[in-house]
Ligand binder design. Structure first.
Ligand code: M6R
Length: 608
């Protein structure tokens, strides 16, 4: 989390740094700051809160420097305040940091002993003083950074700016991503290519452990041992990707509405629509028949996509699947089958726990297949096979279109593995592929019911809690519905497998708490309807998301009904995700919440 930028420019850079920070604000938004050199002297502007506060500060007191660094923060150590906002400075340099310095307490004590005074509650300030201490020994900036980096434990992407040195920026990476951008006359550092897209589409990514010395027109890359290394330049498409809200009030609304299009685009990448077959854009570098099981790991919404995929792989490929949240998986030391398949799912491709799980799986000699939305991400680069989701940049912190595209990819993979293992006939594949092809149209249809969903969502505004129920692939969707509502409206919500209702949560039922039941016409409908009746018998407030048949079979008074088009059940969760997202979105908007940048959250979770 946190976004960092550096520009070694030829004209005043503050405005460009703000522009890049706007593209990084999804990584954190509790404070922001910029440092430049003016007449060789470090000058900083910092502000608590959103980037617009920093812009205001800059309009009152502009910065004129032609070299600078900037930061947008998601607090790890120390509350969000101007004092804790980056860049942090010592007597000879300023630094911006994304990540966590785990040994900062120990370093702080050591540096206090060298008469350094600490003015912030952050872990980052030790980095500034540590490099300064090396410079006081007589080292130049490059050697000082080289001496300081090995002393830092933890995860970091760093950018340094030095007092009196107008032609030098230094970047370093251990964990969180960092990219160098090559401009015509300018050089850039940024947390991702999207941030640098207004300036350049030529990017070099730092490898883990790398650090880089930027001078006008050149970059010298060093590996973790200090050796000078070559790192490739690549052209990115980030500049071509729109990051505008268009006519929508929020990015989240835009991204919800984009789903028919981006799911269609993603499916087209994996399907032969004419033949009604799956056509993967890669070969499996293993024999699917030799697999005993699949392991999948992810965090948050991506984890719910993984949970859904478990049903598909088990049903269509007859393969046992183990799914775990990455923050647990990484420490479990789970035994994995020899040359097994590990699937990691991540929108950003940068999530720290997911990456660590991938690293563990590599030590266990697994084949790593990643389902990622950012093809240039670290997870993509560390995988053996990349199955891209073609959702385009997802800016809203609450994941929406990334989820449905992940589900589309995972469904295709399950069918492909099923076919390769001989567990799925050509006829079954044809039938299922045709169901997939219909999904974008069904999604577009659902979006036409937004007004009804909005009305229902308004009734959430005064409640303390909401329960979501679903069975089969709609159980993970119930979990996702609860997560979505919590993260953007701050209403407490829980998702349950509908069959678990009577094992505890039924005690919560009263006439106030909405119970959202996700009930497509599938083989579990009868059972789900029984659960609806159990809630109704206790005077519960039922919101049914289902087709006309579900409503008819439920035969109870409903507080709300989102009528869904009739569809085959196998991949219905991909379509049913939309009303679940819209309920959360409209509840949060009605309550006046900041849906794109909800409190305490960040889009890319690059720390543990
Ligand atoms: O980038 P990733 O898919 O790895 O991110 C995983 C989670 O952090 C993410 O899905 C998070 O839960 C979202 N805020 C959910 O809306």
């Amino acid at each position: 989390m946190c976004g960092i930028v550096g520009i070694l420019g030829t004209a005043p850079v503050a405005e460009s740094i703000v522009e890049a920070l706007k593209r990084l604000e999804y990584r954190g938004y509790d404070s922001a700051g910029i440092a430049t050199l003016e007449g060789g002297h470090l000058t900083r502007r910092r502000a608590e809160g959103k980037l617009k506060n920093l812009e205001l500060r800059l309009s009152e007191a502009p910065l004129e420097g032609v070299i600078g660094i900037g930061h947008t923060r998601w607090a790890t150590h120390g509350r969000p305040s101007e004092a804790n906002a980056h860049p942090h400075a010592s007597d000879r340099l300023a630094v911006v940091h994304n990540g966590i310095i785990e040994n900062f307490r120990e370093l702080r004590e050591e540096l206090k002993g060298k008469s350094y005074t600490f003015t912030t509650e952050t872990d980052t300030e030790v980095v500034a003083h540590l490099v300064s201490a090396e410079m006081r020994k007589g080292l130049d900036p490059v050697d000082a950074v080289a001496a300081a980096l090995p002393r830092l434990k933890g995860a970091f992407a760093l950018a340094f700016l030095f007092e009196g040195v107008e032609d030098l920026l230094i970047g370093a990476r251990q964990g969180p991503p960092l990219a160098v951008g090559w401009g015509a006359d300018e050089m850039y550092l940024g947390s991702d290519a999207l941030a640098l897209a207004p300036f350049t589409d030529v990017i070099t990514y730092l490898e883990d452990g790398d650090w880089v010395v930027l001078r006008p027109g050149r970059a010298e890359f060093h590996d973790e041992h200090g050796n000078i290394v070559e790192r490739v330049k690549q052209r990115t498409v980030a500049g071509a990707l729109l990051v505008e809200r268009g006519n929508h009030r929020h990015f989240m609304a835009k991204e919800i509405h984009e789903q028919p299009e981006v799911v269609a685009r993603t499916l087209a990448h994996y399907l032969d629509m004419l033949q009604g077959k799956v056509r993967l854009p890669f070969e499996f570098p293993f024999d699917p028949n030799a697999l005993d099981r699949i392991t999948i790991t992810a965090c948050g919404t991506a984890y719910y996509a993984a949970l859904t995929a478990k049903y598909w792989f088990e049903r269509f490929a007859r393969l046992p699947v183990e799914v775990d949240v990455a923050s647990e998986f990484r420490y479990r030391e789970a035994p994995l089958p020899e040359r097994g398949l590990m699937i990691v799912v991540s929108q950003s491709g940068e999530t720290a726990d997911t990456r660590a799980s991938l690293h563990y799986a590599r030590t266990q000699k697994q084949h790593i297949l990643s389902v990622v939305n950012v093809p240039s991400s670290t997870i993509a680069r560390e995988s053996h096979i990349v199955a891209p989701t073609l959702a385009g940049p997802e800016i809203g912190v609450a994941s929406t279109k990334a989820l449905t595209c992940q589900l589309a990819v995972l469904a295709c993979l399950a069918l492909a593995v099923g076919r390769a293992r001989g567990k799925l006939s050509a006829e079954e594949e044809f039938r299922l592929v045709n169901e997939l092809i219909l999904l974008p149209g069904l999604m577009a249809d659902v979006l036409n019911h937004e007004a009804t969903i909005e009305q229902i969502a308004h009734s959430f505004a005064k409640v303390q809690s909401v329960l979501y129920l679903g069975r089969g692939t709609n159980y993970p969707l119930a979990l996702e519905g609860a997560l979505k509502l919590k993260e953007i409206s701050y209403i407490h919500a829980e998702g349950y497998a509908a069959g678990e209702l009577k094992h505890g949560p039924i005690a919560l039922i009263d006439e106030v708490m909405p119970v959202v039941v996700i009930a497509p016409s599938d083989r579990a409908l009868e059972k789900t309807v029984s659960n609806v009746q159990e809630v109704a018998a206790r005077g519960g407030r039922i919101i049914l998301i289902g087709d006309a048949r579900a409503a008819q079979e439920a035969a109870v008074d409903l507080s709300g009904f989102v009528e869904m088009p009739a569809m085959a059940p196998d991949f219905a969760a991909i379509v049913y995700a939309l009303p679940v997202q819209l309920l959360a979105y409209h509840a949060a908007v009605f309550m006046g919440k900041d849906v794109d940048q909800p409190r305490n959250l960040a889009k890319s979770v690059t720390v543990e």
